[in-house]
Design a protein around this ligand. Structure first.
Ligand code: ADP
Length: 467
């Protein structure tokens, strides 16, 4: 990548004018500037918001996609090609609107393209449910946004898509490319907005299914809204939070484990639902191991996302910044902060932090940023550690570093988590062969990018008449 001249990234100074993409004329909301979380002086552009009235008009105009399965597949494959053809522009928006580093941005575009191609291959003649609401988060503003929509469209549904309020420009550009590829506007409408637009969608009578990725709390609100307002049996496909742990025993290779931990906890500034939140280190190696870990943290380079040398960018906005900063400050006051590294003072940067805890039960909630908690355990306490990890009620990712084969077997059989990572970082999934998703408070399943995912978007005989 060293040949890339980052000062000449296309669209570095571009201002996008984004807004709802609708099949009908409809009232819209206010227009606001879209900020860059890494640089307060940069405007990414302007966004005109949708309002709850926009949702009503869009829902009335939504029509399931009238095309054969092979036509739908061809359009989604064309969209994948268009994403690749517009790599530079998407890349720039990922940097400037979402604060993604080079590595994160490249991986995310790749994943979005994989989703389009994978779900295209799953288009078949089964009946759609009708209109799907797709509500997506800001932390994977292209990949998750695209994955939900592609699954719903591949199966012939109409989509009302609501991206997160922090990343509307990327969603708008991606939806334009889907339209350019041949998705009719009646089959895909974009409704940029905040929770009020989301709430309008999940209580709108035309909506026959909801795909959601975001916090566990919002998933619970949506679950209630569906129960109160929509047809019985309306599916909610939810991917939510996690309190993810990793166990490092005294046989682990320390360099490998340290590297995996730093990547798992601090890549994307910890803003991944899969990120490592609570590390368990076996007591007898802990002093030396934590010295290595803090050394590796000190070597991290936070900075402007488009600089090649940057390891981690900002957190998404001022609210996220202030909440995480207050949490770390409280730990500092209690004497539990082991290490925190320096960051630029401009922009919403948080220095990666390491906080001592007694165990995962001390984590009251998911801190969605570069904050890692660490606890120690004795060899005899391994099963108790596993029990407390399971007792959080979440079950998204889990990591294990050991060289004992029996222990791999023992631990991975007992830990309740959707994705297990042994002797490697706790990052990523592979569309098609290693789908991603959690259990319990972490989500409803089926896993995104897996063979069962599309099935939830299809209408089944026991669901009653097609909506
Ligand atoms: P995060 O904490 O990651 O921002 P949220 O759950 O708040 O997670 O947001 C995920 C998505 O859910 C966003 O698109 C957000 O606007 C949307 N959302 C927030 N509140 C509601 C709601 N009451 N109903 C539907 N969607 C909502």
């Amino acid at each position: 990548l060293s040949h890339i001249d980052t000062a000449r990234i296309p669209f570095r100074d571009h201002r996008w004018q984004a807004g709802p993409l609708l099949a009908v004329e409809a009232p819209v909301g206010a227009t606001e500037r879209v900020p860059n979380p890494a640089m307060p002086s940069d405007d990414v552009g302007e966004i005109t918001w949708a309002s709850p009235e926009t949702v009503t008009a869009a829902a009335a105009a939504a029509t399931p996609w009238q095309a054969t399965p092979s036509e739908r597949a061809a359009v989604l494959l064309k969209a994948a090609d268009l994403y690749e053809a517009h790599f530079g522009e998407i890349f720039a928006i990922l940097h400037r609107e979402a604060g993604k580093t080079l590595l994160d941005a490249v991986a995310e575009i790749r994943e979005a393209v994989d989703f389009l191609r994978y779900y295209a291959a799953r288009a078949d003649g089964a009946p759609p449910r009708g209109v799907f609401a797709c509500i997506s988060p800001w932390n994977f503003p292209l990949a998750i946004f695209t994955g939900q929509i592609a699954a719903a469209l591949a199966t012939g549904n109409a989509v009302l898509a609501k991206p997160a309020e922090q990343t509307p420009v990327l969603a708008w550009r991606a939806a334009q490319l889907l339209h350019e590829a041949g998705v009719p506007t009646t089959a895909l409408q974009l409704l940029p907005g905040a929770g009020d637009v989301g709430a309008a969608l999940t209580s709108c009578p035309q909506v026959k299914g909801v795909a959601f990725t975001g916090s566990t709390e919002t998933a619970q609100i949506i679950h209630r809204s569906i129960a109160e307002n929509l047809d019985p049996g309306t599916p909610l496909i939810a991917e939510t939070g996690g309190l993810n742990a990793m166990i490092v025993d005294s046989t682990a290779l320390p360099e490998q484990a340290v590297r995996a931990i730093v990547e798992s906890a601090f890549q994307s500034a910890g803003q991944r639902c899969s990120a490592l939140r609570c590390l368990y280190v076996q007591e007898d190696i802990a002093p030396h191991f934590l010295e290595m870990l803090t050394g590796a943290m000190d070597a991290l380079r936070p900075g402007q996302p488009w600089e090649l040398s940057t390891d981690l960018g900002p957190v998404i906005d001022a609210e996220a910044h202030d909440g995480i900063a207050a949490y770390v400050e409280a730990a500092r006051k209690d004497g539990r902060l082991i290490n925190q590294i320096e960051v630029p003072s401009e922009g919403h940067f948080i220095g990666p932090a390491l906080i001592r805890v007694g165990g995962i039960e001390d984590l009251e909630r998911e801190i969605f940023g570069p904050v890692l908690h660490v606890a120690t355990f004795k060899a005899t306490e391994l099963d108790r550690v596993i029990d407390s990890i399971n007792a959080t009620g979440y079950g998204l990712t889990f990591g294990l570093q050991t060289r004992i084969d029996d222990r791999v077997q023992h631990v991975t059989e007992r830990v309740e988590a959707g994705n297990l990572y042994v002797n490697r970082n706790q990052i990523g999934a592979i569309v098609g062969s290693q789908p991603f998703g959690g259990e319990g408070l972490s989500g409803t399943g089926p896993k995104a990018g897996g063979p069962l995912y599309c099935d939830r978007f299809r209408h089944h005989a026991h669901d009653g008449p097609v909506g």
